[in-house]
Design a protein around this ligand. Structure first.
Ligand code: SF4
Ligand code: SF4
Length: 454
């Protein structure tokens, strides 16, 4: 892992150093291959100078031409490591210039994204205001008092160096109660609707992080939503776990509710916070087999952008490599057909059935006073998981016998007394792990798996 990520950083650096022309003519495929981001035989070619990402238009939005790929501005590059390091304005400017040059015109930010609105405003204001669409939000999570909300909106305009917002969202509604508290009871919604009449807000919508039932209830309320932003990706299509609720939630139902009402849909988390760009080697190979022109991120973005009611898919790009990969995907965009979508649902099953423990084998947790070879045990588990061969004793699904045999054979290579059964859950190792892995819990899970396999 660490070796790969070092190589990846070097590759990105090489890309960034490739020059003032922003590497439009440099090879993207080679560094991606070297970093292990894509298989060695991956057929990807970098975007050409004239490549333009695809656009869609919506009657209800005045036939405005909107790039299907939107730039999520919450993960811009920083000068130095850590979340508090300042944004690298020069790199942000370069990325936004490249994005505009290749047809991306939708830029999504929020007051809740740290310094993002200011940096986005600085970069965009170097261009003609008519050439880009700004989406920002009312992030009134900690103070929903009307005066504070008005101040937040005024700051957004100032930071973004604009007199109007193209797409304005009520940020991250989780439930009807949350919606009422932050936008209705305080009198904010009529004020925002008035701004829309005046043209200070051109289109009004909301972003959503709740259950299917909450979305249904919101859509039954008498409001005129011009667009709605939801989480959609192939892993969450059939089931999306919610942080603080067991209520049913899935991208498919959320999307269909909106599409049925003719509401354009903006997609967030199409790559699930980056996780679907860094899938296991087994899954990567299966994706490359069917979609040789696309990186794993490209496959995830294409899945998310295929449904017809999708207005824009946001990708939070944090370097030029990711931007170029995405520009390639959307300038050669080919929606998935029914068979492709079915294949992706099988990929989602494999992804969920083969979880990865983020152990880098750094050995900071060693030695275990009770003799457990912690990185060794995790290494066996991850190797089998990477090969998509984890057996599930509960479902005894496809190829169960073969998977069971392979797992137990690999597990038996651990030296006597060093496997997960030796862990007494003293937790002496836990604070030493830089990856914050709940080591004893994971070892208990692996020990139970071995016992269940019999
Ligand atoms: S929790 Fe388990 S693995 Fe960790 S130090 Fe204690 S016995 Fe060893
Ligand atoms: S400290 Fe954490 S990451 Fe390092 S070997 Fe131990 S479990 Fe793995």
């Amino acid at each position: 892992m660490e070796k790969n990520s070092m190589t990846r950083r070097e590759a990105i650096r090489a890309m960034m150093l490739a020059g003032a022309g922003l590497a439009a003519s440099s090879s993207l495929a080679a560094p991606l291959r070297a970093a292990g981001v894509v298989p060695q035989d991956w057929k990807f070619t970098e975007p050409a100078k004239g490549d333009q990402v695809i656009h869609r238009t919506w009657k209800s939005l005045g036939d405005e031409s909107i790039s299907l790929l939107g730039m999520g501005c919450m993960r811009f590059p920083r000068k130095g490591s850590g979340r508090r390091a300042p944004l690298d304005q020069e790199a942000v400017n370069q990325m936004i210039d490249y994005a505009l040059e290749h047809g991306i015109n939708y830029f999504d930010t929020a007051p809740a994204y740290g310094d993002s609105e200011r940096a986005t405003g600085e970069a965009l204001s170097r261009h003609n205001r008519k050439d880009y669409l700004i989406a920002t939000k009312m992030s009134n999570f900690s103070n929903a008092e009307l005066g504070a909300c008005k101040t937040m909106f005024a700051n957004s305009l100032k930071n973004l160096r604009t007199s109007y917002v193209d797409y304005f969202l009520l940020h991250s509604i989780g439930s009807v109660a949350d919606f009422n508290k932050r936008f209705v009871d305080n009198g904010l919604l009529p004020w925002l609707q008035d701004l829309r009449k005046k043209g200070t807000i051109r289109h009004l919508g909301f972003s959503f992080h709740g259950s299917n039932a909450a979305m249904k209830a919101l859509l039954e309320m008498p409001y005129d939503w011009e667009f709605v932003q939801i989480q959609l990706n192939y892993v969450d299509w059939k089931h999306m776990p919610l942080e603080d609720s067991d209520e049913p939630c899935d991208s498919e139902t959320l999307y269909k509710m909106l599409a049925d009402k003719g509401i354009p849909v903006v997609i967030m988390e199409p790559i699930r916070g980056g996780a679907l760009a860094n899938v296991s080697s087994g899954l990567k190979a299966k994706l490359a087999e069917r979609f040789p022109q696309l990186s794993p991120a490209g496959v995830a973005l294409t899945f998310a952008s295929t449904p017809k009611a999708v207005m824009c898919t946001l990708s939070g790009m944090s370097n030029m490599q990711q931007l170029m990969e995405n520009v390639y995907t959307f300038s050669h965009f080919k929606p998935f057909d029914a068979a492709d979508n079915e294949y992706m649902l099988e990929m989602a099953r494999l992804y969920n059935g083969n979880p990865h423990i983020p152990c880098t084998a750094c050995r900071y947790c060693m030695p275990c006073p009770h003799g457990v070879d912690i990185p060794g045990v995790f290494g066996v588990y991850n190797a089998i998981s990477d090969e998509l061969m984890l057996p599930d004793p509960a479902s005894k699904g496809k190829n169960y016998k073969e998977k069971r045999k392979a797992f137990l054979k690999r597990y038996a290579t651990l030296a006597k007394g060093t496997d997960a059964s030796a862990c007494i859950a003293c937790n002496a190792c836990v604070p030493k792990c830089p990856q914050h892995i709940r080591i004893s819990e994971q070892l208990r899970m692996i020990h139970k798996l071995v016992k269940d396999l019999g």
